[in-house]
Design a protein around this ligand. Structure first.
Ligand code: GLC
Length: 429
């Protein structure tokens, strides 16, 4: 299974790049592929900078910035915290880049935004004077910050989907979707919901729908980067979600869940199984109100004949081409991705480090025993399509998956519409 998934992931990457190639030029900024214009300015600039990121759910950013600021009184970092929703974070960054503002110096880039932002010429290429050593980082994380062979964003934290479950109620963790659904009788007997992920219509649904498709042997793109959704395996995957929603194994309120709502429901003791990211471990085991503190199980996402395939998530750090203080920004990137900081992400926020060695670090593994499982999840995770037109691609996936889960479209129609919309998104440039 592992070898097969790794190969699938590699093909998806190769194919994904093909999708990005079929749409023509998306460059609108003056920096383009990295030469000239804004990318040449501010390289030696030092002074105060602003760091922009989505909600700091795990409370890791503030302590790090305090530490940086104490050591750099003339190059202080101001933290601009966005909301906890991926789509709103994206739109806020786009608006600021479009205005060519110098007020967002360092930005947190979700792995799926790299291609779009780089193609627009908004991200400073991390090469030459701005080069950064990524040799100790996990390859999928470096790939996720790279576009057309150039690094644009420094891997900060990775993300792999995990199945959280109630150890007190589930005797042995399920490995397949069928097994998990079979255990929903336990949820019923305990008067709680069985399974939830993130099914609200936003980026998280693209993650969950892709996982359902990949975990049942299908794939969003084929090896040539063309959408391949009209297959029996893709149908079986999306059908799993639609059926579970229809029969109540996915509770009705889960159609509004994003990461935080689903975490809250699980922590409140209202769910038997939850698909979410590693950050949940820290909060579910430390928050005073958590009802699952001592009964939290973690395992791989369930698949068809064994473990399924996670969607690759994660966040990288980029410098805006419009920043005036790029020398400071680069130092800050190095600080935020250093070994010490990566350890802090793991111990303080149970976030997934990007440095491969940390997954074997005895002290860390003793504290976070699931690290080896997480590393396998990330190494085998399937990237989402890489495209400068990603907003249209993800919209095609979200909208059709949402309609299928709610039973507004048959799974077959949803997948064929998804296929057509991704095709036209790829060719829209
Ligand atoms: C997490 C992942 C990110 C994904 C998002 C969806 O933040 O790291 O890659 O796009 O969730 O909500």
């Amino acid at each position: 299974m592992k070898a097969k998934l790794t190969a699938t992931a590699a093909l998806m990457m190769a194919g994904a790049l093909a999708l990005s190639g079929c749409g023509g030029a998306a460059t609108s900024g003056t920096a383009g592929g990295g030469g000239g214009g804004d990318a040449e300015q501010g390289l030696d600039g030092r002074g105060p900078i602003t760091y922009v990121q989505g909600k700091d759910n795990s409370n890791v950013v503030r302590p790090l910035i305090e530490k940086w600021n104490a050591a750099h009184p003339n190059e202080k970092v101001t933290f601009k915290e966005q909301t906890d929703q991926a789509d709103q974070q994206h739109d806020d960054l786009v608006q600021h880049f479009q205005a060519k503002g110098a007020d967002y110096d360092v930005v947190d880039v979700d792995v799926v935004w790299t291609a779009e932002f780089a193609a627009k010429g908004w991200l400073q290429p991390l090469k030459d004077k701005m080069a950064l050593d990524t040799s100790a980082m996990l390859k999928p994380t470096v790939d996720s910050g790279t576009y057309k062979g150039t690094l644009y964003a420094a891997p900060q934290t990775s993300d792999g989907g995990i199945l959280y479950y109630r150890k007190d109620l589930v005797p042995t963790a399920p490995t397949t979707w069928e097994e998990m659904m079979g255990m929903c009788s336990i949820a019923k007997a305990n008067n709680i919901g069985c399974y939830a992920g993130q099914f609200s219509k936003y980026e998280g649904l693209t993650v969950n729908a892709s996982e359902a498709i990949n975990s049942s042997g299908g794939s969003v793109l084929d090896k040539d980067g063309k959408p391949s959704l009209n297959t029996a395996d893709a149908k079986a995957g999306l059908e799993n979600l639609a059926k579970a929603y229809a029969d109540g194994n996915i509770p009705k309120e889960a159609i509004t869940y994003k990461e935080e709502e689903s975490r809250q429901a699980f922590q409140d003791g209202k769910l038997l199984f939850l698909r979410n990211w590693p950050y949940v471990y820290n909060l579910a085991t430390t928050e005073g109100s958590s009802k699952v503190k001592d009964v939290l199980g973690m395992t791989a996402l369930p698949g068809k004949d064994g473990p399924g395939a996670s969607t690759l998530g994660g966040h990288n750090l980029a410098v805006s081409v419009y920043s005036k203080n790029k020398a400071t920004a680069l130092d800050f990137l190095k600080f935020m991705t250093s070994e010490e900081t990566e350890k802090f992400y793991a111990t303080q926020g149970s976030l997934a480090p990007v440095l491969g060695a940390l997954y074997e670090d005895k002290e860390l593994v003793a504290k976070l025993p699931y690290l080896p499982v997480l590393k396998t999840s990330i190494e085998n995770a399937v990237p989402r399509p890489v495209s400068p037109f990603y907003p249209a691609v993800t919209k095609a996936i979200q909208e059709n998956a949402y309609s299928a889960i709610k039973g507004e479209k048959t799974v077959e129609t949803a997948l064929s519409d998804m296929q057509k919309s991704i095709e036209s998104a790829g060719a829209a440039g």
